[in-house]
Design a binder for this molecule. Structure first.
Ligand code: GYE
Length: 327
């Protein structure tokens, strides 16, 4: 009797240890991905983080090490070095700015860890330092916004009017800032009657967007258009416009244009504050996972991968569109 109890106890212990071994093995099979994220500066960024966290799960075969760099390049460099030390299988970076990455990318290369760029790009002389990049076509987004404005003014019979524009830029040196500023600039050049009065960075945040718009409104009394390089800056700009006793949106004094097309931008258009938003898709998690799976299978991946993007304005059925969107 005693013997039987002992053997039951023994086999229970064996099952437990076997289960523990299996667990360790399962963990060893996971693909370890370090993601050096920019920060949490905007709704777009929150949706992007969420996309990675929900894609790179243990059920899907991954272990995600996530780092929030609080919009500072030095923090991202530290995060990449710590990923190298932890000997992760892949490093994914959404670089805060485009320059200054060579050294740390070489360190990753020496360690034999592939680097995938997501969202913003890097300028490096040797592009074999990263596998590929996936993100939005920022110059095109800017040009689309400029062309939208031209048509909008034309439709309102204001095609030949003097138009004063200000721009609240994103983080200076970030691809999304560089591309959107350039894209809008290309269209501004085509219109002699358009004048870019001023450009200042709002760091892609609502608070800074509001601050910059407040100062623009103090300096210039005839602003026709404000271009905000992301939605959150536009929310801040709209608050500043209202606080200054002015109006905006389709029935207001100032036309407000932004980028990203997050849910709150739809709400702002429905409320009649924002005129138009140019989409930038933040759901990169599944795309990066697809790239990793291809690399795991030894397949080639395309170096530059643009995501599809659209735009939305107050002439559309925004309630219906919003209901279908994931962010
Ligand atoms: O537009 C902005 C975010 O790099 C595309 O970064 C991204 C930009 C996005 O903070 O909201």
């Amino acid at each position: 009797m005693k013997k039987k109890v002992l053997s039951v106890a023994l086999s229970a212990a064996m099952v437990a240890s076997l289960a523990a071994t299996m667990n360790v093995q399962a963990e060893e099979d996971l693909i370890v991905v370090g993601y050096a994220q920019v920060g949490a500066e905007s709704d777009w960024r929150t949706a992007n983080t969420e996309s990675f966290k929900s894609t790179f799960t243990e059920e899907n075969g991954y272990k995600l090490i996530f780092d929030d760099a609080q919009q500072k390049q030095e923090n991202q460099i530290k995060a990449i070095r710590s990923f190298i030390q932890q000997d992760v299988d892949y490093i994914v970076v959404a670089p805060v700015v485009e320059t200054g990455w060579e050294t740390v990318l070489e360190e990753a290369k020496e360690a034999g860890i592939p680097v995938i760029l997501s969202d913003r790009q890097m300028q490096v002389t040797d592009d074999s330092l990263y596998e590929c990049w996936v993100g939005g076509n920022f110059i095109k987004e800017g040009e689309d916004a400029g062309n939208w404005l031209a048509k909008y003014l034309e439709d309102q019979g204001r095609g030949d009017e003097e138009i004063n524009i200000v721009t609240i830029q994103g983080t200076i040196g970030a691809s999304a800032q560089v591309g959107r500023t350039e894209g809008v600039g290309n269209i501004v050049k085509e219109h002699e009657n358009w004048k870019m009065l001023d450009m200042q960075s709002g760091e892609f945040t609502q608070a800074k967007g509001q601050e910059v718009m407040e100062s623009f409104l103090k300096s210039y009394d005839d602003i026709d258009v404000v271009i905000c390089e992301n939605d959150n800056e536009a929310f801040g700009a709209i608050d500043a416009i209202k606080a200054a006793g002015k109006t905006c949106g389709p029935d207001g004094d100032i036309i407000v244009i932004s980028f990203d097309a997050v849910k709150a931008a739809f709400e702002s258009m429905i409320a009649g504050d924002l005129n138009a938003t140019f989409e930038c898709n933040p759901l990169h998690g599944p795309r990066v996972a697809e790239i990793i799976q291809k690399l795991e299978a030894g397949e080639e991946v395309e170096k530059i991968q643009y995501v599809d993007e659209s735009y939305f304005d107050t002439s559309m059925d925004l309630e219906a569109i919003m209901a279908e969107r994931a962010y």
